[in-house]
Design a protein around this ligand. Structure first.
Ligand code: FAD
Length: 322
């Protein structure tokens, strides 16, 4: 019988979309005869139990020390949940919290670790995992020795498969953990300043990547955006270089967007970028490198130089404008 333990995350007041994806994957890997356990660390963890109905059992930790994400509290809880659950497979998200936890939890529990996992299936000899390397440019298929911890790319698995309301058996971890010697406490959360356009609400986005080459070239992309009735957005290097404000960043550490049209110029399509835009209705990619991972999600793509395409496309759009 296969046992899977899932680390659950919250997004605001709700169970995060990626956690439902992990729960669906957990049920697939455990099979109907296996067991799925969930771990939820939150101020009022018990309030979320009905949302975790696909799990057989939910380990919870509530109260003040569980209210904000503190790596050492989550790690202690995950290690204790794993001690009680004795899972064959532990699933964490490849998220900011999951990135913190995965390696430490794998070391503490002596689990094999596979990061950047995008597919996982059982076979008679164990577990076969597909994971991404070098920002998605290489894909590795590995046979993994159990017990194993997989850190899973958000968006790689179906969310609906993990959504089931119910009443998993609850196990309170409070009495099993010594949290008296915490070395970290949350001082403050700083949210990005508003005031700019909300790109999550845009119907169309022109997203520029590092391939745009420099701040002076953005004007051409902005012209295209205007002609398409789109807002301008950027990948992380564009934001980090100060070419666009942080409010325009798409991806894991930026905004999750789902416009009807996503037109990207010189974006390679690293997993952290795809995480923020893979739900867009129609994705157009312009990238000189035919092996760029962005083409795996694009509905339409061209390998021409973006600086050749931009003036020609702008001319054509101007001619056809009503
Ligand atoms: P590159 O990967 O450098 O790609 C540039 C592309 O432009 C290349 O594929 C190249 O072929 C193409 N190109 C160059 N010149 C031209 C031309 N003239 N015409 C056409 N094509 C051209 N990234 C994000 O975007 N958003 C995030 O929120 C984010 N969060 C992250 C969080 C974490 C924890 C980590 C570790 C990384 C994160 N990243 C994020 C970074 C991510 O891993 C990539 O490094 C980043 O997305 C790459 O940006 P890019 O595609 O613009 O640049």
């Amino acid at each position: 019988m296969t046992k899977v333990l899932v680390h659950i995350e919250l997004e605001g007041d709700d169970v995060a979309a990626v956690s439902y994806q992990l729960l669906g994957l957990a049920r697939k890997l455990s099979g109907q005869d296996g067991k799925v356990d969930a771990l939820l660390v939150a101020a009022e963890a018990q309030d979320h139990l009905p949302a975790l109905g696909i799990a057989n059992r939910a380990f919870t930790l509530s109260g003040e020390s569980a209210a904000a994400y503190l790596p050492e509290v989550h790690l202690k809880a995950l290690v204790e949940a794993a001690r009680q659950s004795q899972p064959d497979i532990v699933l964490t998200a490849y998220s900011s919290a999951g990135l913190d936890l995965a390696a430490a939890a794998a070391a503490a529990g002596d689990f094999s670790l596979v990061a950047y996992c995008e597919e996982a299936e059982r076979d008679e000899n164990g577990l076969i995992v597909t994971s991404q390397l070098y920002g998605g440019r290489l894909v590795a298929r590995s046979r993994v020795v159990l017990p194993a911890l997989l850190s899973v790319i958000p968006g790689a698995f179906d969310e609906a498969a993990g959504r089931m309301s119910g009443a998993p058996e609850a196990v309170d971890l409070a009495h099993h953990l010594d949290l008296s010697q915490q070395r970290m406490r949350l001082v403050e959360v700083t949210a990005p300043e508003g005031g700019d356009v909300d790109i999550t609400k845009a119907e169309a986005l022109v997203c520029i990547g590092r391939g745009i080459g420099g701040k002076d070239n953005i004007e051409e992309a902005e012209e295209l955006a205007e002609l398409l009735g789109a807002e301008i957005a950027g990948s992380r290097p564009v934001i980090d270089s100060g070419w666009l404000p942080k409010t325009r960043q798409v991806g894991k550490s930026g905004m999750k967007v789902a416009p009807r049209l996503y037109f990207c110029l010189g974006v390679s399509g690293a997993p952290e970028h795809l995480e923020g835009m893979r739900d867009a209705g129609f994705i157009v990619a312009v990238n000189k490198d035919p092996a760029a991972p962005i083409f795996e999600v694009a509905h339409l793509g061209t390998t021409c130089d973006l600086f050749d395409l931009l003036p020609a496309l702008a001319d054509r759009l101007r001619q056809t404008a009503p």
